[in-house]
Design a protein around this ligand. Sequence first.
Ligand SMILES: *Cc1c(COP(=O)(O)O)cnc(C)c1O
Length: 393
Amino acid sequence: MNQKFIPLSVPNLKGKELTYITHAVETEWVSTGGPYVDEFETKVAKYVNSKKAVSCQNGTSGLHIALEICNIHNNDEVIVPTLTFIAAINPVSYVGANPIFMDCDDTLTLDVKKLQLFITQGCTFKDGQLINNQTHRPIKAILVVHVFGNMADMVGIMSLATQYNLKVIEDATEALGTYYTSGKYKNKFAGTIGDVGVYSFNGNKIITTGGGGMIVSDNENYLIKAKHLTTQAKSDTLYYTHDMIGYNYRMTNLQAALGLGQMEQLETFINIKKTNYEKYQYEISMIAGLDLLKFRANTRPNYWFYALYINDIFSMNRDELITYLLSKNIQTRPIWGLISDQKPYQKSQTYQISLAKDYWQHVINLPCSSNLSSSDITYIIECLKKLVRSNLD
Ligand SMILES: *Cc1c(COP(=O)(O)O)cnc(C)c1O
């Protein structure tokens, strides 16, 4: 077999990354100081129309800081989705709070109807605080995840959050570049609608700094606190006085140099991913038993990950299809195992989780790198078409 391996999602570093990195090395600014960090922060903030941005080590540390600046701590509860990557949920545990797991809707993001049901039937709103009837603990925030680059229903979520005095933390680690094209939040980017938003620049994300993250907010005090906490909470840089327990969560100048080169190509990457998505979409719509999941209406998604739904009438189930495609040198993967099913969270509260289970059983992600070629897609489609029942004998 001569077909080269087609990976699921890999970096694309063909811009000025090497120039900037070389400059960082030549000027010997390779650690947490240096001009690229500021430049990268400014560039991201400008792109998403946020006042400012604070860089950090990765998306996970950014979410940890986001929870701290929203004052979520011990004994508090946070509403979270079960269908996500565990890095979105672990920071809730880092601050000693407890997650309450929710179902997803057909965009794979937090189901607002069930969220509302839970709030109105499972909680009591008293003295400006939402109390969980089951645990009698205060619910302080909703942590929403924009899964695969898909905007969660921020109109519904923000309206409930305002009504019930909840903070909204946006895990926009997968959704840099996604924004609303109409409605209440027209032109607002994923990550900039709630109280705090976090992006990730891990190797598989739409742009990468190797590892890295960014915190955005319209609340200047939050960002000041974020910078403080990510830099060891140093209140005097000469005498080394510290007024809080901080973290060493800073991004390095090397990472930021890479990031700057990547940011310059972000819109190009999104355009390529859109074109590839549409090609897949067109072809897959003609394959009986398979559907490519759609992104939310009235948004411009970043088209980060493509989700293929395998109907029961299809000749193979999820695991068989993954194995088959791998034998054809095509890398795919199932959605993450639901977080409420993972060992550390099996005792956590869940609320009417059903659709997430169905998607978990039926969805795989198709190769989606921005350097995926049109002939790669044609090949992948050919492999899928061979599996339609009528083509099998
Ligand atoms: C990637 C990712 C994270 C964590 O980002 P890192 O930079 O890898 O720490 C968090 N949540 C989701 C949904 C992610 O996909």
